[in-house]
Ligand binder design. Structure first.
Ligand code: ASP
Length: 404
């Protein structure tokens, strides 16, 4: 008997995405059905992912540190990761600014009177720095604060490493727990086609094509930026630094890309991103450190969006940004992307910080807020692809170093 060919996860997610969009379009005039009966299943799925992500990151980083056997190696991976993240983000915001200036002419000029937007308290850099270090053992898990979880697991990982060397004992328990949480994650990830369908369908039903309206051109420029950045920067990076064909990279990343697009959450996409990058050959010790960090601090898509929106908002207010102002935007957007949480809508909140850094009216955010979800789906996709490219590159570099 011929064996039935099994669909891959990527194909299943793709089918779910298309079905979700079709059903969502069919439900545009009854969006309440999609919101009341389909969205909750998407929420259940996202909740499960959020639930598994904290122990997963905690144990996988710890297991990663123990397996590296050397504190210096953690440092070398850390530095490479930070340099890559900062440089690509600065590049991303530059692409966003250049494109927005090129296409400024086609942007609509929207009414700016009667605008109201309650900006959140701007986040100060020093506060972000202090906030990285936990003051309570359990709080990082309760609040799902990724950066604090990373710091806690690094400290305990190093402590285990030192105790292991002194007492010559193996901590097999950590590996076992890591395996258990990985298995649980795989079980949840297997449900992602259903999750993707239930997440995308209500978004399409609620937003319908009409909402794009006058902002369609601004969205188009942002998406052009997302695509150009991904194709130019990530293709070049994986090709030159890891010798990987960009086609292989993007093909292998498809499940994570589609998931990020539907969920608009980098942190939510983390488990599936780990699976994709490991299948593409990145080592677990690298992915377990580079990806959680990236999901929290590396936001290239968000940076592009902030560049495009700053220019658009400025032009609606009849303001032309000067070159020094643009440089300030590059700097603040890079910092803002570090402070942006990997959850839906976070990038829009940080746009307030970027706008105020160059004296643009923060109420301008109200102009783009209506379609934020559509900006967000694209920027999250770029965010997680950037993290994955870093994991592939750093892993390849570490492997080369080991061989040398
Ligand atoms: N939703 C994005 C993410 O999770 C963050 C943002 O809003 O820009 O990566």
């Amino acid at each position: 008997m011929k064996e039935k060919k099994k669909l891959t996860l990527a194909t299943k997610i793709f089918i779910a995405l298309i079905l979700g969009i079709i059903v969502g379009m069919a439900l545009t005039s009854h969006s309440d059905i999609a919101v009341s009966y389909i969205k909750p299943f998407g929420t259940i799925f996202l909740n499960l992912i959020k639930w598994i992500v904290t122990p997963l990151v905690f144990f996988s980083i710890m297991a990663g540190v123990i397996s590296m056997r050397d504190i210096k190696k953690v440092g070398s991976v850390g530095i490479k990761t930070l340099v890559y993240y900062l440089c690509t983000t600065a590049f991303a915001i530059t692409i966003g600014l250049i494109l927005a200036n090129l296409f400024k002419g086609i942007f609509p000029v929207l009414q700016t009177t009667d605008l109201a937007y309650e900006a959140a308290e701007p986040v100060k850099f020093m506060d972000t720095l202090v906030g990285i270090f936990p003051s309570n053992f359990f709080a990082p898990f309760v609040e799902a604060n990724m950066l604090q979880i990373i710091v806690a697991s690094l400290i305990i990982g190093f402590a285990l490493l030192l105790v292991k060397q002194q007492k010559e004992i193996e901590f097999t328990m950590v590996d076992m727990l890591n395996d258990v949480f990985m298995k649980a994650m795989e079980m949840i990830v297997a449900l992602s086609p259903i999750g993707v369908f239930c997440l995308i369908c209500p978004v399409v039903a609620e937003n319908g094509p009409a909402v794009l309206g006058s902002l369609a051109k601004v969205l188009l420029v942002a998406y052009l930026g997302y695509i150009l950045h991904a194709i130019i920067v990530y293709s070049l990076a994986v090709k030159t630094a890891a010798g990987m064909s960009p086609v292989t990279f993007f093909k292998g990343m498809m499940p994570a890309i589609m998931f990020a697009f539907s969920s608009a959450s980098s942190v939510g996409t983390l488990p599936i991103n780990m699976e994709c990058t490991e299948k593409l050959g990145a080592s677990r010790e690298v992915t377990s450190f580079v990806l959680p960090l990236g999901a929290t601090i590396n936001m290239d898509g968000t940076a592009i969006y902030q560049g495009v929106c700053s220019v658009f908002i400025a032009s609606c207010f009849g303001i032309t940004l000067t070159f020094p102002q643009m440089l300030t935007i590059v700097l603040t957007a890079t910092l803002a992307s570090i402070g942006t949480a990997g959850v839906p809508g976070a990038g829009m909140v940080m746009l307030a910080m970027v706008l105020s850094s160059v004296g643009l009216p923060v109420e301008g955010i109200a102009l783009v807020a209506g379609v934020d979800r559509i900006f967000d789906m694209g920027r999250t996709t770029v965010n997680i692809t950037g993290d994955a490219s870093c994991a592939i590159i750093v892993s390849a570099m570490e492997k080369r170093k080991q061989k040398a």
